[in-house]
Structures are given as C-alpha cells and as structure tokens.
Design a protein around this ligand. Structure first.
Ligand code: DPN
Ligand code: ZN
Length: 315
C-alpha cells in the first residue's frame, strides 16, 4: 500500500471510533452521570464577574448587569440545542426576566425542573450568591447537550430574576402556569449558593413536604455518599426559589453550602474549614467575587447537580 494512503485510513478509523464512542442514549438506557468540569463552571463565574465589572459592579434586578447575565446564559443554551424563552415580570418599578430552558423530548406530563437565581444583590457581583448555582446548572445543561441525553422525564431548567427582592421571579413563573401545567411538574431542584468559601454540605430536607420529595433528597445525598462527603439536612424554609414551588405542592429539593451562618466545631471537624466563622463572610457584600469561591465545594456541588438530574430524569 502506498505510504500516502495510510494517513487517510488511520484518520478514517479514528473518526469511526470517535463517532462510536459519543455517549448517546435512547430512552430506557441509563448513562452514568458526567463528572462536571469545575474549570468550565469557574469560566462561567469569570464571565459573571466580567459582566458585573462592566455594569457598575453588580448583576441586580433592574440593573444592566442582570439582563447581560440572562443574555449570556441564553446564548450558551441556544447554541447547545436547548429551547429557551425569556419571561418578563415587573417589580420595584423595573422589568424582571426569568430564563426558561427546555430540553426537547421526554414525557411532557412528567416534568423535572431545576433552577437557580441569576440576580445578585446590588452591593456586589453575586458570584457565590448565586453565580455558583447558576454556573453549575448551566454547565450541567451543556453536559446534557454533549451527551445528547434522552431522559424519560421532560427536563426544564430556570434561571430566576429578582430572587433577592423576595423570590419574585420564581413566584411569577409558578403563578403564570395553568393548574394543568403546574401539575405536570413532578419535582423542583434548587441550587442557591454552592461554592461558599468555608463550605457546608447541606441538602434540603424532605420532611413536611409532599410525597416524592424524599426521592429528591435521596438522589442528592447519594452523590455525596458516593464521594465520601458527609451531609446535613437543612429545613427548606422560605429563603430561596424552591419556596415558590413548595407553596404549590410541588416536591422540592436542593443544595446549599451556607451563607451568614457560622460553622460549628463539629462541622469543621467533618468538613474542614474554620470553626466559629461564617460559611460565607462575603454574603451579600461587594467581596462576593470570584475570590469568594471554594473550588472543591463548587466542584462537588456541580457534580451533585448532574448526578441528581441524571438519576431523577432517567437519563
Ligand atoms: N436566599 C439566599 C439569598 O439569595 O440570599 C440565601 C439562602 C439560600 C439562604 C438558601 C438559605 C437557604
Ligand atoms: Zn441566593
């Protein structure tokens, strides 16, 4: 065989091999959840930081940095094949925006939702609160696309506006749904603060919630058990967007690495970090920048988002 022909044949075989190893799935088959690249999540956080830097230092409701954040996340989702829509609402004299993304396919009567608030407070860029959850969820959305996943359930992700003004965006979204469409949402996972610098590993408790919520809690706990990281449950209360869903009787779950609360000595024993110090000393402050992130916590939480979605949606 002439030497010249070797390279094209080798290249052709490599191409065939590459095509064969693309991790696609058909409904019913399950794939292992991907290991989410923390470098990719951090790159999204850098983007949120840049957006804040270019827009007066924040990404708050009614400020240009918020809409710029929506536009940037939307473009990434659109390029990955998600079907996106921007839904507006009005609060505090300004237009608010929720970004909703649907992954085509799955059982339309059996919807798994996941969400993160994309707005910051006006005091700062909101990189841990809640660039972290927003960026992790975005990277998981991109992983769904890379896998060309075919979940049994229909997957829908939301990036909420005006959470910091009282869960306004998520509440507007839930209220905008017909009773029928609301009933199709079988579970909602919330990711608000997942990279706290002195991190906790809190999983929302299913106690006191509708039947089905314990599956959400268990899926999240299972990931941390698999990687040998102990978790504690936290009572869900009303401090983030899951509350809008819980009020409608939708089972909710979520993760939280801690805000202004202080790490106890026992928690420092099991999680490392600093006892008697806040989980996030920059909570709602101007120093909630990219420097205010524990990369290990961000990595573990982002992997947990993927794990729970793969498991609960039936990928
Ligand atoms: N709601 C969060 C904030 O944006 O300020 C903080 C938080 C999240 C507190 C989850 C408790 C639980
Ligand atoms: Zn928050």
């Amino acid at each position: 065989m002439p030497r010249k022909a070797v390279l094209p044949i080798a290249a052709g075989l490599a191409l065939v091999a590459a095509v064969l190893t693309i991790p696609t799935a058909s409904a019913g088959q399950s794939l292992a959840a991907p290991d989410i690249s923390v470098a990719n999540v951090q790159a999204h956080l850098n983007q949120f930081q840049t957006i804040a830097n270019n827009n007066g230092g924040n990404r708050a409701h009614g400020r240009p940095g918020y809409k710029a954040s929506v536009d940037w996340v939307k473009a990434k989702l659109d390029a990955a094949g998600w079907t996106t829509s921007v839904r507006t609402f009005t609060t505090s004299g300004a237009t608010g925006y929720n970004l909703i993304a649907d992954w085509p396919g799955g059982d339309a009567n059996n919807v798994l939702m996941a969400g993160a608030h994309l707005d910051s407070v006006s005091a700062g860029p909101g990189i841990n609160d809640n660039g972290s959850g927003s960026a992790g969820l975005l990277e998981v959305a991109l992983a769904v696309s890379r896998a060309q996943a075919r979940p049994t359930k229909h997957l829908r992700f939301g990036w909420w506006g005006a959470e910091e003004l009282g869960l306004v965006g998520s509440t507007a979204y839930v209220n905008s749904l017909s009773t029928t469409d609301r009933a199709k949402i079988k579970g909602y996972l919330n990711f608000d603060m997942t990279g706290s610098p002195n991190p906790a590993y809190f999983v929302y408790s299913s106690s006191g919630q509708p039947t089905g919520s314990s599956a959400l809690q268990s899926a999240l706990e299972e990931h941390f058990r698999n990687i040998g990281v102990p978790t504690e449950t936290t009572s869900v209360g009303g401090r983030s967007d899951h509350a809008a869903f819980a009020r409608s009787g939708i089972p909710v779950g979520g993760l939280f690495s801690g805000a202004e609360g202080r790490k106890t000595a026992a928690q420092a024993q099991k999680w490392g970090g600093t006892a008697n110090a806040a989980f996030d000393p920059c909570y709602h402050r101007s120093c909630d920048r990219t420097t205010n992130i524990n990369a290990t916590a961000l990595d573990r939480h982002s992997d947990a988002i993927a794990y729970s979605i793969w498991k609960l949606a039936g990928i």
